[in-house]
Design a protein around this ligand. Structure first.
Ligand code: 0X9
Ligand code: ZN
Length: 402
C-alpha cells in the first residue's frame, strides 16, 4: 500500500522542478472531521490506507512541502524516506545497500562477493572458498564450498557444482545463487540438520563471468559475453559456447566475433570457462551440475548441441519433471525438456560438457520471466524467484544425494 501510493505520487511529480529536495515522512495532526476531509481530498499521500482522526502520516516528495503549508496542516517531521523513483539509477550507485538486502535488490559484483565473504566469516568451517582462475581483465574468480569439512575415514562426499551469471545480463541468476548459498548454510546450522546437506557439498561459482557482469553495471546493462578483446574494437566470447563438447557443431554457435554467440577461437580459449572446468575436475566425486540462466522458465537438459538423445534419457525424464514440479509449486510455471529440442541448438555449453565428462544430472535452468521484462526483471520479483529456485535446488539435492 505504502509503496503504491508513493509511486503514484512520484509519477505525478515527475517533471516538476520544485525547490524542496528529497522524500520525507511527516505526521499531520487531524484534530477534527474538517481537517480529515481536507486531508482525504488533498493530493497528499497518506501512508495509512484509511486516515482517521488523531494523526496521519504522509509521504511528501520534492516540492510537496508547499502543499502541506498551503493546506494549513499542522505537522511534525518523522523520518527521511528513500526516493521511490529512479530505482534503476539508485541501485547502480549501490552505496546504501546492505548484505541483508539481497532479497530485495540486485547486487553488483563487489556486493555479491561481500555477501559470500560474509557467510564465510560467519561460518568459516562450513563455508570455504577456492580461487579458480583469473578473468580476461585480470580479476580473481572464486568458488565457495558449502558443506561439512571432509573427515578422515568417512565416505567420499558428493559434490554438486552450480554457477550463476555466465551470461552477464542475466542478473536474477546472481540473486538466486546467493539465496541458494544462504539456504544451504541454514540447512547445516539449523537445530535439526537438514538431510539434503548430509554427506554432500555444494560448490557455488557466484559469478562465472565477472568482467561481463561489471560491464553490465558500469556501461551496458544488456551485455552477455565475457570481455575478451577480439580486435578491431570488438569484444566478447559467449562463455556458454566455449566448452569443448560439441564445440562449433550443428550451427549452435557463431564464428563472428561480433555475434552474441561467438564461440571463441578454440574450445576453452577463455579463462573463465577454463576456471569452471578446472573446478569441476578438482572437487572429487561430481554428483550434479546446474548452470543458471534467464529468461524463459525452462529446465533444460543435454544435449544442447544435438537433438540426439542423451545416454541417460530415462534419468533426465525422471529428474526434470520433479524439478519442474518443485519450481512451479508456488505459482510460476516452469517447463522441462532437452535443450536442443525445446529451445534451440546451443553448442559448447557448460552443462553439455559436465554431462559429457561425468554422466551425472546436469541442467541449464532458465529463470523468470517469459519475456515481459526479460533480462531486466524488476526487483520486486527477486524474492519470489529466489523461493522457487530454492525449492527446485532442494529437490535436486535430495535426488542426487548419496
Ligand atoms: O543460449 C544459451 O546459452 C541459453 N539461453 S540464454 O538465453 N540464457 O542465453 C540456453 C542454453 C542453456 N542450455 C544449456 N546450458 N544446455
Ligand atoms: Zn544465459
Amino acid at each position: 500500500m505504502l509503496r503504491k501510493s508513493l509511486f503514484i505520487s512520484a509519477l505525478a511529480l515527475a517533471g516538476s522542478a520544485m525547490a524542496q529536495e528529497g522524500w520525507y515522512q511527516v505526521r499531520v495532526s487531524v484534530p477534527d472531521q474538517q481537517t480529515l476531509t481536507r486531508l482525504t481530498n488533498s493530493s497528499l499521500d497518506t501512508m495509512d490506507c484509511v486516515p482517521h482522526l488523531g494523526s496521519a502520516d504522509v509521504a511528501i516528495g520534492p516540492g510537496e512541502l508547499s502543499k502541506l503549508l498551503a493546506g494549513r496542516f499542522q505537522f511534525t517531521y518523522v523520518r527521511p524516506l528513500e526516493d521511490p523513483r529512479n530505482w534503476e539509477e539508485r541501485h547502480k550507485s549501490g552505496s546504501s545497500i546492505q548484505v541483508d538486502d539481497y532479497r530485495l535488490h540486485y547486487f553488483d559484483a563487489d556486493q555479491i562477493l561481500a555477501f559470500f565473504e560474509n557467510l564465510r566469516a560467519q561460518y568459516p568451517i562450513l563455508v570455504t572458498r577456492k580461487p579458480i582462475g583469473t578473468t580476461v581483465n585480470g580479476e580473481q574468480m572464486w568458488a565457495y564450498r558449502i558443506g561439512r569439512p571432509l573427515q578422515q575415514g568417512s565416505l567420499p562426499i558428493n559434490n554438486i557444482v552450480i554457477e550463476g551469471l555466465i551470461h552477464a545480463r542475466e542478473w536474477i541468476t546472481g540473486a538466486s545463487i546467493m539465496h541458494i548459498g544462504k539456504m544451504c548454510v541454514d540447512g547445516l546450522t539449523s537445530p535439526q540438520p537438514q538431510a539434503f546437506m548430509q554427506n554432500q557439498a555444494v560448490w557455488i561459482v557466484p559469478m562465472a563471468n565477472p568482467d561481463g557482469y561489471r560491464y553490465t553495471w558500469t556501461t551496458y546493462r544488456l551485455w552477455r559475453k565475457n570481455r575478451k578483446n577480439n580486435g578491431g574494437g570488438i569484444y566478447g566470447v559467449d562463455l556458454n559456447r566455449n566448452y569443448s563438447t560439441g564445440w562449433g557443431q550443428n550451427g549452435g554457435s557463431s564464428t563472428n566475433p561480433d555475434s552474441e554467440t561467438y564461440r571463441g577461437t578454440a574450445p576453452f580459449s577463455e579463462p573463465e570457462a577454463v576456471a569452471v572446468q578446472g573446478l569441476v575436475n578438482s572437487v572429487g566425486r561430481v554428483g550434479g551440475f546446474i548452470d543458471y540462466h534467464s529468461y524463459a522458465q525452462l529446465i533444460l537438459w543435454p544435449w544442447s548441441y544435438t537433438t540426439t538423445r542423451p545416454p541417460d534419457l530415462a534419468m533426465f525424464q525422471n529428474v526434470a519433471p520433479q524439478l519442474e514440479t518443485a519450481m512451479s509449486s508456488t505459482g510460476t510455471n516452469y517447463d522441462q525438456g532437452q535443450c536442443a529440442r525445446i529451445l534451440y541448438i546451443a553448442s559448447g555449453t557448460s552443462n553439455d560438457w559436465v554431462y559429457d565428462i561425468y554422466r551425472k544430472p546436469a541442467f541449464g535452468i532458465e529463470l523468470r520471466d517469459t519475456g515481459q521484462f526479460g533480462f531486466e526483471l524488476p526487483e520486486n520479483q527477486i524474492f519470489g524467484t529466489q523461493d522457487e529456485v530454492w525449492l527446485g535446488f532442494k529437490k535436486f539435492l535430495t535426488i542426487v544425494g548419496p
